[in-house]
Design a protein around this ligand. Structure first.
Ligand code: PMP
Length: 353
């Protein structure tokens, strides 16, 4: 009998990375457009000198540094090859086949993929009419089989964010057997002080995990490193299921250098948020529907015009992230990149009535 791969993987959607087109303005992957500072590049180069040696398997230095940086006990912190790897490790640590993972839809496109990879069942709860998490419906979707519930805050791709009181009320309602994973990949771009800090929410709660990343605000998407903060038992299991040596030595060194340069790196987020508001206002003025965003991107509701919008942008050498039939997510770049995008949006033909 010939070999066969898992039949259920045939239905597994591919994770679609933002496209890279030579010479184009890339606004498709929610990266920052600014290069890493010299101190971070030097740390990466120094680490590369020993590339013939394996990195620290347990990420000892970066884990200790991250714990100190966050003021968290180390037993709560795990390091992974990007927060998406940690999200998958959380599921591997929590779920066996047939158990349920609840998340909003739309939300981060990796959630259904990693859920299926671990053999769990996804339970997708539609966003509200204003593109926010429907917390009542999400609480209502929890069953005895639910093991994990993801909340991306701010949400990808909508940019919308939950505020402290509503999230606290929700966390109080979720049964103890469900691990709520608060995915804060974009938290550093939030400007509303009422967008909660997941680590503060986690105090005194034994069923909340927080995922964060060095990919976005810290500008290290290319080296792949992120972290989770979770109850010690969850953290121990998350570490256990990780691929050995998944975080390479350049990534470990870069994360440490990025924490040392945090003031400089995080100072770049404010101007991104200012640009976000400028871009959104301009789009609203053009007649686009764009929910308020607390992230480093905006979401344009385009419905069946999404594919045409994507094509129009590509013709102007601007790469956005199209979710065909739904909308386009556009990363906030440098002011001149945003201007180029706005010029493209302005020349996209309006819908015919
Ligand atoms: N969570 C969310 C909500 C994201 O949008 C992303 C990246 N697109 C990630 C996690 C993963 O980021 P990384 O693996 O680079 O840390």
């Amino acid at each position: 009998m010939p070999i066969s791969v898992r039949a259920d993987l045939a239905e597994l959607p591919d994770y679609v990375p933002g496209r890279k087109i030579p010479g184009a303005i890339v606004l498709s992957s929610n990266e920052v457009s600014t290069h890493a500072p010299a101190s971070v590049l030097a740390a990466i180069t120094d680490a590369a000198a020993d590339v013939n040696r394996y990195p620290q398997m347990a990420n000892d230095d970066v884990q200790a540094k991250t714990a100190a940086y966050l003021g968290q006990p180390e037993e709560r912190v795990a390091i992974g090859a990007g927060s998406v790897a940690l999200a998958q490790q959380v599921l591997q640590a929590m779920c066996v086949e047939g158990q349920e993972v609840v998340f909003a839809w739309r939300s981060f496109e990796a959630y259904p993929i990693i859920t299926q990879i671990v053999g769990a069942r996804d339970v997708r709860v539609p966003l509200t009419a204003d593109y926010r998490h429907d917390l009542d419906a999400m609480a209502g979707a929890v069953t005895d089989d639910t093991r994990v519930l993801f909340i991306a805050n701010p949400n990808n791709p909508t940019g919308t964010a939950l505020r402290t009181a509503e999230l606290e009320r929700f966390l109080d309602r979720v049964p103890d057997h469900v691990l709520v994973v608060l995915d804060e990949a974009y938290r550093e771009f939030a400007t509303d002080p009422d967008v909660p800090d997941g680590l503060a929410l986690a105090e005194g709660r034994e069923n909340l995990a927080v995922l964060r990343t060095f990919s976005k605000a810290y500008g290290l998407a290319g080296v792949r490193v992120g972290y989770s903060v979770a109850p010690p038992a969850v953290t121990a299991a998350v570490r256990k299921v990780g691929i050995p040596f998944a975080v390479n030595r350049m990534a470990q060194a870069a994360a440490i250098a990025a924490m040392d340069a945090a003031d400089e790196l995080l100072a770049r987020c404010g101007p991104v948020a200012v640009e976000r508001e400028r871009v959104r206002s301009a789009l609203l003025e053009m007649g686009y529907e764009v929910p308020p965003s607390q992230a480093n991107f905006v979401w344009l509701l385009l419905g069946d015009r999404t594919a045409a919008f994507n094509q129009h942008c590509l013709e102007q050498k601007i790469v956005v992230r199209a979710f065909v039939g739904d909308g386009a997510r556009v990363t906030i770049g440098l002011p001149e990149e945003n201007d180029a995008f706005l010029a493209a949006a302005r020349t996209f033909p309006p819908p015919r009535n």
